[in-house]
Design a protein around this ligand. Structure first.
Ligand code: SF4
Length: 462
């Protein structure tokens, strides 16, 4: 595959008010040289006209190229020299990014880069895609492979941890390298796609293990494979009688939604039932293009569930998570998981403490529909699997009744239907707020619940 060919020729001044237009070396047959866009230089943005990132940075790129996922993929920004033409970087930042990329490379699609507000150094899209020095300075924290995926590999590329599910890692290539990636350890090996001999070994394993009914295709990003290559793998999985469901985990709808084209959707529709796990982390990522990509999947009969990673300074607040989940629901995407960021080397600066995630869920519960609330989970080290974490709504419990806190912090008694006592013996007083102790005394429930009713529900940034 031909790689990025951004050919920047101008130095960009450090300010959002400048526009740089770049030339792109077109790719072989699909984009003959006559279609190359010629650099025209640095221009002042017309006053009063807010430019989109596409208009501001890639205005010379024809719409047909912009909408072509292969063009986007070929023209990924993969070097600091390319990046500094498109984003304001101080000389210190530039030097730091050069240092980081010696260990952890960078790759950003033009589309995803166009979502960055260049005036905001803490822009959530920027923080997910542009390397920062903490990846190196805090790299002593964490592990290379916290989920012990290597140890759970039954054949190369296949992880079989849960009884009825298996994971197939088809490639380590991704269009955008997320700075919080759990498989960051793979980046240094260069891009690879698993050869067919290894795919066949994985399929053999699946054929022999009739307990597996759900196969997850992952990476890297499996959609970096061509549609025909992907279909050749999916159709062989589909031919295994005991496999009910195939799931695809991909960030393409977020970082390169153009990939979700008619050819791909037709193939997924043919090979269904297929479920899709997307990876939106911030409401700014749910653009009209991304929503349209999800809509194409849904119209092809592919349900889309979203898995968000909780990231410090990016989405660690009730307000941002609620906006994200509402935008996802509008796009008919179900918020499925909110993951605690794994203990991966080079990601410590993006990790929050676990209680932030719990308090975010607590801040959402009751204030929006349950459909908008994901399951907050921690993926345990050493392959221990996912553990869901919830705010504590059960203040006390015995075999007769429970003392429950609702979303407003009000405390209620609830008769346990298994109780041998009659209802009259356990009749509760009307709901009251902030008087847990008196209820505890009246109900003779365990005193361990004292003080929990007024737990801080406000947080919100780590
Ligand atoms: S898309 Fe997934 S596998 Fe690829 S870099 Fe991002 S987090 Fe890692």
């Amino acid at each position: 595959m031909k790689t990025s060919s951004v050919a920047a020729k101008n130095q960009l001044s450090h300010g959002p008010e400048k526009i740089v237009t770049l030339s792109y070396v077109a790719a072989e047959a699909e984009e003959p040289p006559s279609k190359s866009v010629i650099l025209t230089g640095l221009e002042d943005e017309p006053p009063g006209r807010p430019a989109t990132g596409k208009d501001r940075l890639f205005r010379n790129v024809p719409e047909s190229s912009w909408k072509d996922w292969k063009w986007q993929f070929r023209n990924r920004i993969v070097s600091v020299d390319q990046l500094k033409q498109l984003l304001p970087l101080s000389s210190e930042e530039e030097a730091q990014i050069r240092t980081v990329t010696r260990r952890y490379p960078l790759s950003i699609t033009p589309y995803y880069l166009s979502l960055i507000d260049p005036a905001n150094p803490r822009d959530p899209v920027r923080m997910q895609s542009v390397p920062c020095i903490e990846e190196i300075t805090q790299s002593a924290m964490g592990m290379e492979d916290p989920l012990s995926e290597k140890e759970d590999s039954v054949v190369p590329g296949m992880v079989h941890r849960y009884p009825d599910r298996a994971l197939m890692v088809l490639t380590d290539i991704c269009p955008m390298l997320c700075r919080h990636c759990t498989r960051k350890r793979e980046w240094r090996h260069g891009g690879w796609v698993r050869p067919d001999s290894e795919i066949e070994a994985m399929l053999d394993y699946l054929r022999r293990h009739t307990e597996v009914r759900d196969v997850i295709l992952s990476g890297g990003d499996p959609l970096t494979l061509s549609t025909s290559h992907l279909e050749s793998i999916i159709s062989r999985i589909r031919a295994i009688e005991h496999i009910d469901i195939i799931r695809i985990g991909s960030r393409f709808p977020v970082v390169l939604p153009q990939r979700i084209d008619a050819e791909l959707c037709d193939m997924l529709s043919r090979q269904g039932p297929i479920w899709f796990n997307s990876h939106f982390n911030h409401p700014n990522e749910v653009t009209p293009e991304a929503a349209a990509a999800c809509d194409r999947l849904l119209r092809a009969g592919v349900p889309v569930n979203n898995q968000t990673v909780l990231l410090r300074g990016i989405n660690d607040s009730v307000e941002i998570q609620t906006r994200l989940c509402h935008k996802l629901l509008k796009a008919k995407v179900r918020p499925y998981y909110l993951f605690q960021c794994d203990e991966v080397q080079g990601t410590e600066h993006l990790r929050t403490s676990v209680d932030v995630g719990i308090k975010i869920i607590e801040g959402m519960r009751g204030h929006t529909s349950g459909l908008a609330i994901p399951n907050f989970v921690v993926d345990l080290v050493q392959g221990g699997g996912k553990v869901p974490l919830q705010p504590n709504y059960v203040l006390a419990m015995n075999e007769d009744e429970l003392l429950l806190k609702n979303y407003e912090g009000k405390v209620f008694r609830y008769r346990n239907p298994n109780s041998q006592k009659s209802r009259s013996e356990t009749d509760a007083p009307p709901p009251v707020s902030g008087v847990v102790e008196s209820l505890l005394a009246a109900a003779d429930l365990p005193a361990k619940a004292k003080g929990e009713a007024n737990a801080d529900r406000v947080i919100i940034r780590s």
